[in-house]
Design a protein around this ligand. Structure first.
Ligand code: SF4
Length: 398
């Protein structure tokens, strides 16, 4: 299924509207010699699967207009990441609508879905439903959605994965994770039956020793890695001198801070793809332009981002849930609440944030309001003001 998607710079400008895109594309493609020079969406091997995937993939946790899907396909963003739960099934249905119209595109798309189901019977049901919604017989990769511990993958699940793979419903199997990612990845590297993992990974997380070790172990085990949450929280607010300086530094080189953050992840060749939610054409074009751009971040750029991450670490939860949640014997989902706050404040995704927060059982939400978080705060490596943030989450998201 390896393929290279090619289109010309002229095609790209024609499709996107040259006037509107000129300011984005021109600096991003400064190395092109002529308007007709053919450019290709860079591809990387996805672990030991034998499949190459584009370095930019389309995240599906939002409304996916057909124009976005077709444009993404045309520009080589042919790795599409869905989940049974996204938009109450509407994301997958939009894929179904697309594939009904363009059935020949299916073989060029690396299609992923995920399930949160707690039992294997429910997982089979959800997978079948996802396939029916997307009008396809198989997905390329199936993820167990959002694990926080490797113990969530039982031996029974291994047999289920083998059986379902043999039945042709998916080609590869793995999981996504945004809590205790490093431990999940390290443990997965020893299992021998995990093909792919999608984890939170960005300029804040990628340089820590545990994450480096986890990526290395997965690489050696032939596990394909997809990075998500690559913006590491919100974009620069440019309300501090440091942020302004950093934003200006990247703009002078021809890219935005959001593009610089994608580039930071792509600097690691062991990451096969960056999954990004691209709700509109502007962001899709901005990300495609960043993927096509051949200018690499300099060592000083990387250092500047690293320094910024250090200075603002208490603004970002790294998902090391075991550390703070062990204070309450794992009863209080602190890491999840921090993530929901990020959806609310950084992504302005109010609906998703509120829905997920309000799924926390009511008695746990009541307990959350009463607890003293000082010990958890002392343990938090990011120095996050956990108590204050929980209080704010209860007020804003309830
Ligand atoms: S609040 Fe702190 S300890 Fe808890 S998951 Fe986030 S970064 Fe880790």
């Amino acid at each position: 299924m390896t393929h290279i998607t090619k289109f010309t710079r002229r095609d790209f400008l024609k499709v996107t509207g040259a006037a509107a895109m000129g300011s984005i594309i021109a600096p991003m493609d400064a190395s092109a010699d002529s308007p007709d020079e053919t450019v290709s969406m860079p591809m990387r091997p996805f672990g030991n699967t034998g499949v190459d995937v584009p370095i930019l993939s389309l995240g599906g946790s939002l409304d996916l207009p057909q124009l976005i899907l077709k444009s993404a396909f045309n520009w080589g963003v042919t790795y599409w990441d869905m989940a049974h739960s996204y938009m109450g099934g509407n994301s997958e249905k939009s894929i179904g609508k697309y594939l009904l119209k363009f059935p020949a595109d299916r073989q060029k798309i690396f299609l992923v879905t995920k399930s949160y189901a707690w039992t294997l019977t429910e997982m089979t049901e959800e997978l079948d439903q996802s396939l029916a919604r997307m009008k396809t017989d198989y997905v390329d990769l199936f993820f167990v959605h959002g694990i926080g511990s490797i113990d969530e993958l039982s031996n029974d699940m291994k047999f289920w994965a083998e059986k379902t793979k043999a039945a042709g419903k998916f080609r590869f199997f793995g999981f996504s994770t945004h809590s205790n990612m490093e431990a999940c990845m390290l443990a997965a590297s020893k299992l021998g039956w995990i093909d792919g993992i999608m984890m939170s990974y960005n300029y804040r997380l990628m340089h820590t020793d545990p994450m480096k070790r986890a990526v290395d172990a997965c690489l050696k085990a032939g596990i394909g890695l997809t990075a998500m949450k690559t913006q590491g929280g919100s974009s620069f607010e440019t309300n501090t001198e440091t942020e302004l300086k950093l934003a200006r530094r990247f703009l002078k080189k021809g890219y935005t801070d959001a593009q610089a953050k994608l580039k930071a992840v792509w600097e690691n060749p062991d990451i096969a793809s960056v999954c990004s939610e691209m709700p509109n054409m502007t962001i899709l074009m901005e990300n495609v332009a960043a993927a096509l751009n051949r200018t690499r971040l300099s060592a000083r750029d990387t250092q500047a981002l690293h320094q910024y991450a250090q200075n603002t670490r208490s603004d970002y939860c790294t998902g090391c849930a075991n550390i703070c949640e062990s204070t309450f014997n794992g009863r209080i989902p602190i890491s999840d609440v921090m993530r929901f706050l990020m959806y609310w404040r950084s992504y302005a995704d109010f609906d998703r944030a509120a829905k997920k927060f309000n799924k926390i059982p009511e008695n746990i939400r009541h307990q959350m309001a009463e607890l003293d978080y000082s010990q958890a705060e002392q343990n938090c490596p990011q120095n996050m003001p956990i108590g204050k943030l929980i209080e704010e989450a209860i007020k804003e998201l309830s």
